[in-house]
Design a protein. Sequence first.
Length: 280
Amino acid sequence: MRRASRLLGRLFFYLLVVFVVVYSVFPFYWAVISSFKPSDALFSPDPSFLPVPFTLEHYENVFLQANFGRNLLNSLIVAGGATLLSLVLGVLAAYALGRLPFPPKNAVMYIVLSMTMFPQIAVLGGLFLLLRQTGLFNTHLGLILTYLLFTLPFTVWVLVGYFRGLPRELEEAAYVDGATPLQTLLKVMLPLTGPGLVTTGLLAFIAAWNEYLFALTFTVGDSVKTVPPAIASFGGATPFEIPWGSIMAASVVVTVPLVVLVLVFQQRIVAGLTAGAVKG
């Protein structure tokens, strides 16, 4: 009886794993095969789960008829700049909050956490006026600074836990040798934060790469427009046609590099997210 219940439990577990995998992977798989199907096959009453017939016309339309290459470069500049700036500021703030003693530490942590509680639409109007007044509207720098609103708090919170998990003896030894707090951070603590930096940097990059609302509101034209609003603005042969094939092809082009990065750095991501979770 016990063996039968154990087998049933294991069977239920594997069925649950298969369901989660299919539920998570199938939308991306459908986007991939749809990007290789002709337009008329996308609306077939008997859809195929294989790209038959096979075509590359949607990828040709994305790169030849649209200014998609420029949009990709804009996304790379904005997401990379926001990630780099978040890491620089986040490392300094996280080290101070995680290792240095000062009275309002908890209050600062709660303020950082509260920044993540506001929906983007709640601050959209104020940011729009601020960018217009400072001349940063429709610029890469303007998008980078607005993206810090959601990338920086996450970076600080993850790195604070990571710095708290590092041995204090290393820091004390550096102070004994006459190092300042900044020197201790740069020469002793920072080289040990590889998994934490990879985790926060990659997740912040993904969040900035996929951001839509700010990119749509604070950009005009293709000179600064990033990938998400560019894909949303794809037009068909007629005003009433939605080019699903081109949208799927562009989505695959944008998503595949992120998937590859996550697969390559998955061990460091897990190490960074779990750092500081266990004391001792």
